[in-house]
Design a protein around this ligand. Structure first.
Ligand code: HDE
Length: 730
């Protein structure tokens, strides 16, 4: 059989750090190697099993066949019970300035230290093979391999959560996962059990606003914020503590796609986010985030009209500004998905000296769950020895044995105190880096209850809604119409409308109209989820306080950074006879600004320009779709324009790009292609810079002005005002 040659050399040089260098020891590269069994015996025939004669039965003796099949039979491990679908990358973190005034965490005190990180992004509800574009919260888990051990910041892309107490987590997840009788729907919250639960749990109101907003449909993992959610503690070397909320701020801004687009992407490319992250890193366009902190001195604990320990609340940035203290850069893709991304084990309890917990009851429950879940998922207590989970510093303790133990602990002692080994391994003083828990004063009775300070479920839900731009509000209303429209039991829809009315009456009315229902009046006093059997329900009635802010700018994505087209994907629609200059001027200018430009033609291979140039085609109309691009350009050229105008897929591409509010540009000579679309009546009457930047469409024969304005339009991301009124049947 002919030997196939595989080019392993075309990958860009890998970026190394302390952790990736340590991983090298475990990397196997088969280039130029001979095939062996797991026990190192060379294999001469990997095509045929051992048989009793030419057409005889296979022999049990065939240890090569048995080993291969047995290993294969055991390849799968349980997927994560939540956050099963995810993608990860390596990178580094550096603090900007010494933070020792507030924390003794060494990696936050030395701007010269580069800390390796491994970051996994995920959806929550879907299984491992589900679509990336589900309407869902996104996980944002960061493992810092610090010189004082691993610190895991296991956060989400939304700053609050559905529930206040960990004891409700299994209920929440059972409600959102596919229904147990028929395992439907996959990776979706639009079904009866989820909304049944949510409509009975008013503490979820704030998070529901986030989950129904465009934040649940990120354009890219690289364009989402991250949040630690809980209030944590920083502790400095003198033992002085302050409260801290963690944020990740993406340098490309926070951007989302439209719901109709998300649903289409789920069919055209369910790996959209995974591919986007992978491709950006392979291309050297390394994603970056700044680490932000909101620091609250201990004495200000009760200064707010919400409880800092309540994970359904955020601290508005207007009340406590976010200080940007460092930068994280993801600069290397994993070598092996299973070994790294699947086996990485995050745990909110992995903290280093200088970072500590608070009594947030959601956080406290998580402290138990993460190690417990790894025991079943990764099969035993030695998962910390899996290469991706090992700290970069060495581990010494008296823990021993268990399934799949890798470490060969030398010596007679595995206990302390011991005299035989002079008490090694030794405890370390706090001054020498030993972890000491924050010396919090505790003076309390043991009770099972919810704090009264947790009962205002509606004021921040309202603050979030009120802070959205008009298009964002419309999307949120549409999302609720969709989700509740998929709920089959009418009483659930009605109850949810009653809850929404406490956030915003107009919002509830708009959703009710679409559902063909009236908004019922449910008094706040009756919205009292989580009532213990022996309690008076009145003690659990929801509250709605008058907060100090009418709006918070940071809550709206409309106010995000819109100044870059780096990694934006632009489609150029072309066919034989295209005006080569019209194509290359725009393409070259966009590529120079960091965009990724694809030429899409009726078929793959090459197109021949009017000037007889051969131009490589990246995708055909069959393999590409407008939902996979941020913007589209149509160059001139008589024959190309005539072909595209007659090509239904090209016209559909433009219609859909228009419907999803994307930047559209065309050479003046290609206007007919735009006019073949449904939106021709909406083409602007003139193309002044002002109109173009308002409407997101430019048609011009001045290619330099066109390119300039087109780039500005792409950076603006979307022209949501185009949705009103919506009349594009794409
Ligand atoms: Fe998690 N969560 N969670 N969670 N979580 C898991 O741990 C859990 C919560 C988050 O990429 C599991 O290793 C409980 C909040 C992320 O590997 C599990 C509660 C936030 C990831 C678990 C919460 C998160 C997980 C499943 C309520 C945002 C993926 C697999 C008390 C701050 C990490 C695993 C990765 C994963 C439990 C709530 C974030 C079962 C009990 C709030 C990003 O242990």
């Amino acid at each position: 059989m002919a030997k196939k040659s595989v080019d392993n050399t075309s990958k860009p040089a890998q970026v190394e750090n302390d952790k990736t260098t340590k991983l090298e020891e475990f990397v196997a590269d088969s280039t130029g190697q001979q095939l062996t069994t797991n026990h190192g015996v060379k294999i001469s025939d990997d095509q045929n099993s051992l048989k009793a004669g030419d057409r005889g039965a296979t022999l049990l003796e065939d240890f090569i066949l048995r080993e291969k099949i047995t290993h294969f039979d055991h390849e799968r491990i349980p997927e994560r019970v939540v956050h099963a679908r995810g993608s990860a990358a390596h990178g580094v973190f550096k603090v900007y300035e010494d933070m020792s005034e507030v924390t003794r965490a060494a990696f936050l005190c030395d701007p010269g230290t580069e800390t390796p990180v491994f970051v996994r992004f995920s959806t929550v509800a879907g299984s491992r093979g589900s679509t990336d574009l589900a309407r869902d919260v996104r996980g944002f888990a960061v493992k810092f391999y610090t010189q004082e051990g691993n610190f895991d910041l296991v956060g989400n892309n939304m700053p609050v959560f559905f529930i206040q107490d960990a004891i409700k987590f299994p209920d929440l997840i059972h409600a959102v996962k596919p229904e147990p009788d028929n395992e439907m729907p996959q990776a979706a919250s639009a079904h009866d059990t989820f909304w049944d639960f949510i409509s009975l749990l008013p503490e979820s109101a704030h998070m529901i606003m986030w989950a129904m907003s465009d934040r649940a449909l990120p354009r890219s993992y690289r364009m989402m914020e991250g949040f630690g959610v809980h209030t944590f503690r920083f502790v400095n070397a003198s033992g002085v503590a302050s409260f801290v909320k963690f944020h990740w701020k993406p340098l490309l801004g926070v951007h989302s796609v439209a719901w109709d687009e998300a649903q289409n992407i789920s069919g055209k490319d369910p790996d959209f986010h995974r591919r986007d992250l992978w491709d950006a890193i392979e291309a050297g366009a390394f994603p970056e985030w700044e680490l932000g902190v909101q620091i609250i001195p201990e004495e200000d604990e009760f200064k707010f009209d919400f409880d800092l320990l309540d994970s359904t609340k955020l601290i508005p940035e207007e009340l406590v500004p976010v200080q940007r203290i460092g930068k994280m850069t993801l600069n290397r893709n994993p070598d092996n998905f299973f070994a790294e991304t699947e086996q990485v084990a995050y745990h909110i309890g992995h903290v280093v000296p200088g970072i500590d917990f608070t009594n947030d009851p959601l956080l406290q429950g998580r402290l138990f769950s993460y190690t417990d879940t790894q025991l079943i998922r990764l099969g035993g207590p030695n998962f910390h020895e899996i290469p991706i989970n090992r700290p970069v510093i060495s581990v010494h303790n008296n823990q021993r044995d268990g399934h799949m133990r890798q470490t060969i602990n030398r010596g007679k002692t595995s206990y302390g105190p011991n005299a035989i080994a002079a008490n090694d391994p030794q405890q370390t003083t706090a001054a020498n880096g030993g972890f000491t828990s924050y010396n919090e004063r505790i003076d309390a009775r043991k009770i099972r209850a919810r704090s009264k300070s947790f009962l205002d479920h509606f004021s921040q839900a309202k603050l979030f809604f009120d802070s959205q731009s008009d298009p964002e509000k419309n999307h949120l209303i549409d999302a609720l119409c969709f989700e509740l429209g998929k709920v089959k039991m009418v009483p659930i829809r009605e109850r949810m409308l009653g809850v929404l009315a406490h956030i915003d009456k107009g919002l509830a009315a708009a959703v009710a109209y679409s559902l063909g229902l009236h908004v019922p009046e449910i008094p706040l006093a009756e919205l009292n989820g989580s009532v213990p059997a022996d309690a008076d329900p009145a003690d659990y009635a929801s509250e709605k306080k008058e907060g100090p802010l009418a709006k918070s700018e940071a809550l709206s994505m409309a106010n995000t950074i819109k100044d870059s087209i780096v990694t934006r994907k632009i489609a150029i629609l072309a066919a034989d006879g295209v005006d080569g200059k019209s194509l290359s001027t725009v393409k070259d200018a966009l590529v120079a600004k960091g965009a990724v430009v694809h030429i899409i033609a009726p078929k793959l291979g090459e197109i021949i320009s009017a000037e007889d140039q051969h131009i490589q085609v990246d995708e055909s109309f069959l393999t590409a779709a407008s939902v996979l691009y941020d913007a589209v350009y149509v160059p001139g050229g008589t024959n190309s324009v005539a072909s595209l105008e007659a090509e239904a897929n090209a016209v559909h591409f433009l219609n859909e790009a228009f419907k999803h509010c994307k930047a559209i540009a065309a050479d003046d000579a290609a206007i007919q292609v735009l006019e073949a679309g449904y939106f021709h009546k909406k083409l602007p009457a003139e193309y002044s810079a002002e109109t173009v930047l308002r409407e997101g469409i430019i048609v011009s024969d001045d290619l330099s002005t066109l390119t300039d304005l087109f780039a500005q339009m792409i950076a603006m991301h979307r022209f949501w005002d185009r949705e009103v009124p919506r009349k594009i049947p794409a």
